[in-house]
Design a protein around this ligand. Sequence first.
Ligand SMILES: Nc1nc2c(c(=O)[nH]1)N[C@H]1C(S)=C(S)[C@@H](COP(=O)(O)OP(=O)(O)OC[C@H]3O[C@@H](n4cnc5c(=O)[nH]c(N)nc54)[C@H](O)[C@@H]3O)O[C@H]1N2
Ligand SMILES: Nc1nc2c(c(=O)[nH]1)N[C@H]1C(S)=C(S)[C@@H](COP(=O)(O)OP(=O)(O)OC[C@H]3O[C@@H](n4cnc5c(=O)[nH]c(N)nc54)[C@H](O)[C@@H]3O)O[C@H]1N2
Ligand SMILES: [Mo]
Length: 774
Amino acid sequence: MSQDEHIKNYDAPAAGWGALKSVTKSWLGSENAFKNLRVMLKTNQNGGFDCPGCAWGESPESGMVKFCENGAKAVNWESTGRLVDPDFFARYSVTELARQSDYWLEYQGRLTHPMRYDAATDHYVETSWEDAFALIAKHLNSLESPDQAEFYTSGRASNEAAFLYQLFVRAYGTNNFPDCSNMCHEASGVGMSETLGVGKGTVVFDDLEHADAIFVIGQNPGTNHPRMLEPLREAVKRGAQVICLNPLKERGLERFQHPQHPFEMLSNGSEPTNTAYFRPALGGDMAVMRGIAKFLLQWEREAQAKGEPAVFDHAFIAEHTSGLDAYLAEVDATRWAHIVEQSGLNLAELELAARMYRRAERVIMCWAMGVTQHRHSVPTVQEIINLQLLRGNVGKPGAGLSPVRGHSNVQGDRTMGIDEQPPARLLDALEARFAFKAPRLHGHNAVLAIQAMEEQRAKVFIALGGNFAQATPDTPRTHDALRNCELTAHIATKLNRSHLVTGRDALILPCLGRTEIDVQAEGPQGITVEDTFSMVHISHGQLKPCSPLLRSEPSIVAGIAKATLGDRPIDWEWTVADYSRIRDLIADVIPGFADFNARLQHPGGFHLGNTAALREWHTQSGKAQFTPSVLPAQLVNEEVLARGDTPDLILQTLRSHDQYNTTLYGLDDRYRGVFGLRDVVFVNAQDIQRLGFKPNDKVDLVSLWEDGRERRVSGFVLVAYDIPPGQAAAYYPETNPLVPLESYGDRTFTPTSKFIAIKLEKASADNLIPSAHV
Ligand SMILES: Nc1nc2c(c(=O)[nH]1)N[C@H]1C(S)=C(S)[C@@H](COP(=O)(O)OP(=O)(O)OC[C@H]3O[C@@H](n4cnc5c(=O)[nH]c(N)nc54)[C@H](O)[C@@H]3O)O[C@H]1N2
Ligand SMILES: Nc1nc2c(c(=O)[nH]1)N[C@H]1C(S)=C(S)[C@@H](COP(=O)(O)OP(=O)(O)OC[C@H]3O[C@@H](n4cnc5c(=O)[nH]c(N)nc54)[C@H](O)[C@@H]3O)O[C@H]1N2
Ligand SMILES: [Mo]
């Protein structure tokens, strides 16, 4: 393709015909078309399986076929007819495989056999499950301390797998649970738990239908939560405000054509998904929220002076909150000039946003990675909460807080105890139910785990899913850290780069996917997941497994546990023979799961409950807490400025339309007009000129950090794009080499993936691992 064919304007609305075309392509491309059609129709149906895509939930009443373009891609990607078997590994050495792109690796198909790395030949060779488990047990049991092992989890793991995993790891003796959520919504959990007493969203699907205003902050639902577009456009239709805060004009937040409405498709109509669109600076959302609060405070004072109705919800504030005065003092102390400069919005825009906010009786605030992947993400989340508390927008119908989760069960995994800082009540409950002493020391999150492996304090790395080597920051360093290990072992469905960055010993343990039938000793099993609205429901795979050797995640965890611990603290084999036995244990230990098995019978599942939504505040003060955070003096931090360099641009790393995290379904990003290419960087035309380049030039991106290490990615095509001046955007995971391991959120350790200070240089070379070939 010539450059012109790679970069094009795309005018069509989100979803619609473009989505249908794309689904058909991924369906036919799966090499399993007839089988998969039946499966797609079972997605998110009662008796069917939970979509393995994102964590968006559904209205329990809606009877429609509930899958979207990207859900269909996730299903087809998992149920491909292509296989990665022992012959495949005999054909390619690990060194040869490592030269291939991430896209190529996963494209090869589903893993079929347990494989062990043979360093002598540099090939993976077939092994038996028993030998694989024994090898893991040997390594784990020979460590000086259980804290020398790291146990990663990616958010696709079911509740049953996650519960068994944390039980095994804690019985083994550590809380080292690096988790994908460390890189994701950690700030939402920290910010909300402290102020509201729950770390989860307070709204349910139904609330979206009753809101007068919905804010969508730092989130791109058109790609990452496509089923959210329908409630957004319905909200616009019934006259509610949908207010987007996003530096990029994301197509899904502009117009939506419903792929399941024949009339709209045939007439090629589409409906808007927003009523106002503000484009803040990267990291500017806290300043935006502070600006809205400052206007509200001004209007509140004016109303008081004139004896007009109040702007604040004083009854709510008096009964339910604490800390108002300190917070308002901080709002007063924050200067307008500071707010305007940091937010990237002018005063008129801030006032408009504030008017829209004030006019709405019921407001929902939704957010995702644009909020959580910054250094000051916790105060940003807490500023969103402050604002909502001022007008009583928590715990009433049609209002609340909605951190929209990523992976389909990332929220459930945390509920099940995948937590490197477990609350004492979880450990107490485990000790009360099982005969073992739970480790009390806090464990490692993702960043601490990498540091521990780098310094050889950790020697065994085990992953329940995911692609740790690519999803984490500072790629070359992280790869070296993994290579330091004595053992790396991955429970996975598809081959990815993490499997090729091996310790001295390495294992690939192939597991069933969500779409596949899971039969254990006592018969076919279902697994459960929790969506972003805290709805728990059961999921039954529909397809014959792609290989008879696959085992389920719970059964693999039980196999590792039995080999390592014997029958301590439970009879692992008996427990996994029937997953309702695991659910009985969950019911005994995890709050909210009493009668778990019985409640699953309810079509659509059950709601876990949310104390903040009931206006019960499990906080230190017993109230919902205002937080008087100081707006950061500047966003570019000292570690960047330390060497006297000033950045050319601030880079955010984001997802294309054809990817699921590190999984690339294809190389297009249709809504942003990029086709067949991923090594691109979106920059404003004026910035391109200012920096002495031309559109389509190839450049290197170099990030700035005080430690003097070179962090560079090479050969990226400069795309002139409608993006605010001073900003750049490029795809993850290709840009993870630029994120310094030490650049993480205060109190969250979440890598600052949406705020990386960079310089542009003339391209030194093409990217060493090209992303763009199969
Ligand atoms: N198809 C598909 N679905 C997915 C995923 C996927 O990769 N593919 N990933 C899943 C996962 S794990 C997650 S966490 C979610 C991620 O869902 P998103 O958070 O939507 O994912 P990103 O692509 O990182 O998009 C971040 C958005 O925030 C904007 N943004 C960046 N920085 C800022 C900022 O400072 N302020 C504001 N206001 N906006 C900003 C970007 O322009 C972009 O629109 O999606 C989940 N669903
Ligand atoms: N620069 C930058 N880095 C980021 C982000 C960013 O926005 N920018 N986003 C961060 C976020 S939000 C997240 S959540 C993380 C994601 O980090 P991870 O969750 O670690 O990564 P994924 O790409 O989702 O993992 C994909 C792999 O999971 C395996 N897999 C798929 N399905 C299953 C299954 O059912 N079971 C098992 N056992 N394995 C399965 C497959 O082998 C596949 O290759 O990345 C983070 N990293
Ligand atoms: Mo995520």
